[in-house]
Ligand binder design. Structure first.
Ligand code: 57M
Length: 358
């Protein structure tokens, strides 16, 4: 909004030219996002407490989690609000990519909200059934995938990191593939969100990485120099990535161990879906799996546990997702969290290095 209001003034004063630059607006969106979360956080948490929106704790989980009973949840509402406001303020709102990411994020937030609502209002610690959640997510993801497919300017190809000439034309399979990426990432972030700050950390490192990737993909000269696909209008996604990373950073202020608030499904499902759509639009789906490796490991640990238990009757891990395994091995919660963050940062650096290593 500020872009549309202030940039036209550059004809009367050269200062207003600054609003044209994606770099400046990304920086401004990041500052706005972190301050919105940090300033509104205490009031938002008090509101959740007043409404008694406290977390119900499953009685089959690690015993160390019983102490978390009643911690306010649905803090994701604050994250989504901060991202939405800073994006609306600083992004070029004529850019269709911005609306696709924002719309997907908010609609997945609604699915998450319905789940949280059942958990915290109806005091049913399991929320929506897994099948109900999956059906809603799949329908929504298919709609988003069709939108991207029909609105795209480039062929529906899958690009491979490290090999600049490798690409796979997915044709019509692009739609189910994109839906899979969206639903998979959304659920993987949700599964990761089981320790204080555990999901927020990798979400920050992944969105900062995608800020850089989106900027490069949307810049003709940089894309040409790095030999990555140029995607018209993708650069503007740097603004939403900046807002996403910074809103999560502001939320981490309250979600860090010992957490004053959890994000709830309203946050985790929405953030995962947003990251997925950003990766699809910038043609970096495989790099998302690398950069968000923690999400992938968490999801794979659940799959391995369930499959192994069904086939052999034995568990691979003491408990899945894998963060519970380390907790039950005796690692203190902050140790698991910080080590997973360290891995995420390393994966982010490795992902960025692929810009040159190809
Ligand atoms: C999200 N949600 C947390 C909080 C958060 C198929 C199965 C593996 C599914 C999985 C599952 O339900 N995952 C969904 C996990 C929950 O956190 C809430 O949920 C939101 C995210 N969706 O924002 O509102 C608990 O996590 C802890 N927490 C923190 N700090 C945070 O910042 O400590 C969350 C955020 C909170 C709090 O304790 O209550 C969750 O874990 O429920 N199920 C599981 O993860 C369960 N695993 C399991 O059943 N494993 C089996 C099989 C099926 C693989 C096995 O290993 O044999 C575990 N989760 C729990 N108890 N709580 C184990 C049992």
């Amino acid at each position: 909004m500020l872009f549309h209001l202030l940039y036209p003034l550059h004809t009367s004063h050269v200062f207003f030219n600054v609003f044209k630059y994606i770099t400046f607006r990304t920086f401004a969106a990041a500052i706005t996002g972190v301050f919105l979360c940090m300033l509104l956080g205490p009031a938002y948490i008090r509101l959740l407490q007043r409404k008694q929106l406290g977390q119900a704790i499953r009685d089959d989980g690690p015993k160390s989690h019983y102490i978390k009973k009643g911690t306010p949840t649905m803090g994701g509402g604050l994250i989504l609000m901060a991202i939405t406001i800073s994006t609306l303020l600083w992004a070029d709102l004529t850019n269709k990519n911005i609306w696709i990411v924002l719309g997907t994020m908010l609609l997945f937030g609604v699915i998450g909200f319905l789940d949280d609502y059942r958990k915290v209002i109806k005091k049913d610690s399991k929320g929506l059934s897994a099948r109900q959640k999956l059906i809603f997510q799949t329908i929504l993801a298919l709609v988003v995938a069709c939108l991207i497919y029909f609105m795209r300017d480039t062929p529906p190809v899958l690009k491979f990191p490290f090999f600049k000439s490798w690409s796979l034309d997915l044709g019509g399979l692009f739609v189910p593939f994109v839906a899979f990426v969206i639903v998979g990432t959304s659920n993987a972030v949700n599964l990761t969100d089981g320790l204080d700050g555990l999901a927020v950390g990798p979400t920050i490192s992944t969105s900062v990485t995608f800020l850089v990737l989106a900027y490069c993909a949307g810049h003709v000269k940089i894309a040409e120099y790095l030999q990555i696909p140029y995607v018209t209008g993708a650069g503007e996604l740097a603004v939403i990535c900046g807002a996403l990373a910074s809103a999560c950073l502001g939320f981490l202020w309250f979600n860090t161990y010992p957490a004053q608030v959890f994000m709830g499904d309203v946050g985790s499902l929405a953030l995962g879906a947003a990251l997925a759509v950003i990766s699809v639009i910038t043609k970096n789906e495989l790099l998302l799996a690398l950069c968000g490796g923690i999400f992938v490991i968490e999801a794979l640990s659940v799959m391995a546990q369930v499959i192994s238990f069904k086939i052999t009757g034995k568990r691979v891990f003491k408990m899945a997702p894998i963060h519970h395994h380390f907790e039950l091995k005796g690692w203190a919660e902050p140790k698991v969290i910080v080590r997973f963050w360290i891995i995420s940062i390393l994966l982010a650096l490795f992902t960025l290095s692929t810009l040159k290593l190809r």
